[in-house]
Design a protein around this ligand. Structure first.
Ligand code: THU
Length: 133
């Protein structure tokens, strides 16, 4: 478990370093482990037209889908902050679309390393998802 998580965290760190965040100066990296054991990175990509920017989790999930993954088994979010950098509301819903009841969201800090894990249910209780349609 730990070795696997270390691999995800290291991969998310690489994405963090590549983040494009010249407006907020708040870089975020993410890494998804899918149901096939494949990992997919993402970073935030900001835009001069601010609302056109995207989150690291959004990018990582999009990459997973484009590469054939369909289930997020684990997802790492890494940034640099004194606070826990948990996914924004929209990204919680994006994770919800592809999670199962065991999916873990790992929150990490670039300096302090691994901090805390959540089940999606804790971050987005009473959620709406594919089964509701
Ligand atoms: N951001 C993410 O990429 N993921 C999060 O979980 C929180 C926020 C990005 C969006 C924006 O580029 C910057 O961080 C500041 O909000």
């Amino acid at each position: 478990m730990r070795t696997n998580l270390d691999r995800l965290i290291n991969s998310a760190k690489e994405a963090y370093q590549r983040a494009y965040a010249p407006y907020s100066n708040f870089k975020v990296g993410s890494c998804v482990l899918d149901e096939n054991g494949n990992i997919h990175n993402g970073c935030n990509v900001e835009n001069a037209a601010y609302p056109s920017g995207s989150c690291a989790e959004e990018q990582a999930i999009g990459t997973m889908i484009a590469n054939g993954g369909r289930v997020i088994k684990e997802i790492v979010v890494i940034g640099k902050s004194d606070e826990l950098i948990t996914p924004c509301g929209a990204c919680r819903q994006r994770i919800r679309e592809f999670c199962d009841k065991d999916t873990l969201v790992h929150i990490c800090d670039i300096d302090r390393g691994y901090l805390k894990s959540f089940h999606l249910q804790e971050l987005l209780p009473c959620s709406f998802g594919p089964e509701n349609l």
